[in-house]
Design a binder for this molecule. Structure first.
Ligand SMILES: Cc1cc2nc3c(=O)[nH]c(=O)nc-3n(C[C@H](O)[C@H](O)[C@H](O)COP(=O)(O)OP(=O)(O)OC[C@H]3O[C@@H](n4cnc5c(N)ncnc54)[C@H](O)[C@@H]3O)c2cc1C
Length: 406
């Protein structure tokens, strides 16, 4: 049996785990189905926790052009609640971030195969076998790989034959009781669609985007706007499928609908120039999912979005990806198995995911949102700031794991 650990997926979770194992002298192969740098639907907010891990992994955010973020501004129609972050966060496009992590993995000695999609994974004796398909030829190239340990880091996507597991004791805390619930985690069972578009900003408005993220809340979703590298602005938003259909499934009509949520958003959108003709889109996001600890397969570690999916407005998905990578690498290196990893990951991830899901559900209803804003605006500013910071911190993962490469 090959001694390599095989990592399936080259997003933040897969790349970070690969770097950590390789730096500790372990042989690692990473298979990523995309052939090169690519965009992903994401708000591109890099939280403090994520930045901590990225720095330790050798990713220099300022050198890559990341923008520092110090303030969050929430909007409910014409109402605004702003607060200063208790730390500096960052913003960088996923195309640049994910490529930088893959480069670090290669430099650490990981065998990185791009354009290699895993089509089958099966248990054999005490290990695993997988088949990979080359994306350039679109055929199974017949090469079966085997390994004792697999890190499954395919993100939101489920690998055929290895679906997410649901356990009432764990998942019921965020109102997921069956696999069908995973597809219906939006308000009123109206499944969300996530969109992303990069814009160029009018130079006269550059100040508006300096060091701040804007989150516009409305019935049926939210929209986030934040600066990214090279003077760009990222718009990422979620809307229900019904809203999308009401807009005739048409991008200009969706943008128009979005602008009508608040005059501020409308004005911002009017002064931004889209970089692409069509947005990126993703559906079927299993918000609130946490991989239960009791279904562990020996030698199979589920990382990142395979371990937990936090509501995206919390901006902590990348941190969860990096945290699970660090935890899995640490436990695997020490000879521990996936059952220990899944138990510890579930313990660490349940509080932030549950808190973020509750908050998301409150903010997605007009009654909840109006009440929260009314109360927030009534509070004296110092108390409001403290309260918002506290709420924000409760949707964060944990105390970061120190990374030790000795
Ligand atoms: C609308 C939206 C907004 C978000 N905003 C933020 C935000 O602002 N900040 C934040 O921190 N998080 C945000 N997130 C969450 C964040 O994007 C994810 O949590 C994070 O990308 C998870 O990382 P990952 O490595 O687990 O998966 P991914 O980044 O999805 O990477 C998985 C990789 O696996 C590859 N892959 C998949 N299947 C196969 C296969 N069969 N074979 C080989 N390779 C495969 C894919 O090509 C991909 O590169 C947002 C999510 C959404 C949906």
């Amino acid at each position: 049996m090959n001694n390599e650990t095989i990592i399936i997926g080259g997003g933040p979770a897969g790349s970070a785990a690969a770097i950590l194992l390789a730096k500790q002298g372990m042989p690692v192969r990473l298979l990523e189905r995309q052939t090169g740098p690519h965009h992903k639907v994401c708000g591109e907010f890099i939280s403090y926790e994520a930045a901590h891990y990225l720095q330790a992994l050798g990713v220099d955010l300022p050198a890559l052009g990341a923008e520092p973020i110090r303030q969050v501004r929430f909007y409910n129609g014409e109402q605004q609640l702003a607060f200063r972050l208790p730390f500096t966060a960052w913003s960088l496009s996923r195309r640049v971030l994910d490529a930088a992590l893959l480069k670090q993995a290669e430099m650490a000695g990981v065998v990185v195969e791009l354009g290699a999609a895993v089509t089958q994974l099966s248990r054999t004796g005490s290990g695993w076998e997988l088949i990979r398909r080359s994306q350039s030829t679109s055929t199974d190239d017949g090469s079966v790989l085997s390994a004792k340990t697999i890190f499954l880091a395919t993100g939101k996507h489920e690998l055929r034959g290895w679906p997410r597991q649901v356990d009432r004791n764990v998942n019921a805390k965020v109102a997921i009781n069956t696999r069908a619930d995973l597809k219906n985690t939006g308000m009123g069972h109206n499944q969300f669609i996530g969109f992303k578009m990069h814009f160029r900003s009018d130079s006269s408005l550059q100040d508006q985007w300096q060091k701040a993220v804007e989150i516009h809340l409305f019935d049926d979703g939210y929209a986030g706007l934040e600066p990214i590298e090279q003077g760009g602005v990222n718009l990422c938003f979620l809307i229900g499928q019904n809203t999308y259909k009401t807009c005739g499934s048409n991008w200009p009509a969706v943008l128009d609908w979005l602008g009508r949520r608040s005059s501020h958003l409308q004005q911002s959108l009017a002064n931004l120039t889209p970089c692409w003709s069509e947005p990126l889109a993703v559906a079927g996001i299993p918000y609130g999912y946490i991989n239960p600890p009791n279904n562990a397969q020996p030698g199979l570690f589920r990382l990142g979005d395979q371990a937990a999916v936090i509501p995206s407005f919390a901006g902590d998905g990348i941190a969860i990806a990096l945290h699970t990578a660090a935890l899995a690498a640490q436990i695997h290196r020490a000879g521990g198995d996936s059952s220990l990893y899944q138990y510890q990951a579930c313990e660490a991830l349940t509080p932030p995911v549950r808190n973020a899901k509750r908050l998301a559900d409150i903010l997605a209803s007009s009654v909840g949102r109006n009440t929260a804003f009314r109360l927030g605006l009534l509070l004296p500013s110092l108390l409001r700031k403290k309260l918002l910071q506290e709420l924000f911190l409760r949707t964060r993962v944990f105390s970061p794991i120190p990374l030790n490469f000795a």
